[in-house]
Design a protein around this ligand. Sequence first.
Ligand code: ADP
Length: 396
Amino acid sequence: MYILVINSGSSSIKYQLFDMPSEQVVCFGGIERIGSKEAVFSYNTISVSMTENMEIQTHKAGLKQIAERLLHVEKGVIADSEEVKAVGHRVVHGGNSFSNTTVIDAFVKEKIKTFSALAPLHNPANLEGIVLAEVLFPHALQVAVFDTAFHQSMPEKARKYAIPKELFTNHNIQAYGFHGTSHKYVTAKTLEHLKLVGSKLITIHLGNGCSITAVKNGKSLDHSMGFAPSNGLIMGSRSGDIDHSIIFHLANKLDYDLTEIEALLLKKSGLLGLTGYNDLRDIQKEAQQGNPDCRLALEMAAYRIKKYIGAYAAVMNGLDGIVFTAGIGENSAILRKMICEDLDVFGIRLDSDKNDAKSDGLREIQSESSQVKILVVPTNEELEIAKQAFELHALL
Ligand code: ADP
């Protein structure tokens, strides 16, 4: 049974067509730089692999392009749109309305729209993808998988901010948590691999966006991102934690308006603000060549993560494993080493050779004397979405 997974970002769409339950990827690709004349469209099947530059101005045009390719007489993989039985949509913000994967109806769409105010870069694009998929795949079950859902288990003491309580009660101002699909996926893989049931894990998602979760007995207990996907770790272009007095200072003393402050903290800060680069590969290369800003940025990124590891080991009163995932977590041996250095106090000891060894698969990289397992677990948010859509389809 075919399940199409769509991940609509602010200027991109990623897609994968799965044959379930075998989990075989029939087709995958994406469109980057939507809104430009030089959008990049990629399409890959077992026999075709192509990347084309073309004008794609809107998500609507992008999704149409994807559907046309899937149905193409020669290069396509399906003969009729009816062959797609479910479309799984990644939705970034589900507020506190959704703790599970959900069949999309008018109510769900209205909620996604409401939460656009909290995720303005993501939710409108997610919703646009849904509306279009309903037209292009009218026979398919449309399913929403929320990034926030995994974190609905966070207790009040972790999710509430110490601000007047009516802001929580009347306006839902609280921590929601993000990257939940990835944290959930790598948690399940780790528990399966270690054959653990009761457990204290810390999962660290390091991609363009970065976040860290304390996972107790398979459930999110605390998480570094909060009200929006901006808090916590140092990211590609987002600052993560900062003292909010800086915002008042920027506005009151340096004449920034709120839009400029938002852009500064979300798009011009983080690794980019510290070094001029937001791709970690460039920063690592520069650091190796002696660039002091890049060296410091790596130290700062690792230091911030260490602080969260300490905090989460404390709130869970112990630690069985830490899990690295996503582009940086899976690939940067340098950053993993810097993070794990001098954490003997928690029984965390890395094996340098295992850490440096190249592999695409799930692996353990702790030394024999380490009391805590250290794992690299490749994330697969698209597969997790496909699995959840498949399970929901089977129930109906
Ligand atoms: P997202 O899905 O959030 O867009 P990814 O999970 O693909 O992001 O991660 C992107 C990041 O992964 C980039 O910043 C890049 O620096 C980093 N990355 C990818 N490959 C490597 C590598 N071999 N070494 C270090 N960092 C890498």
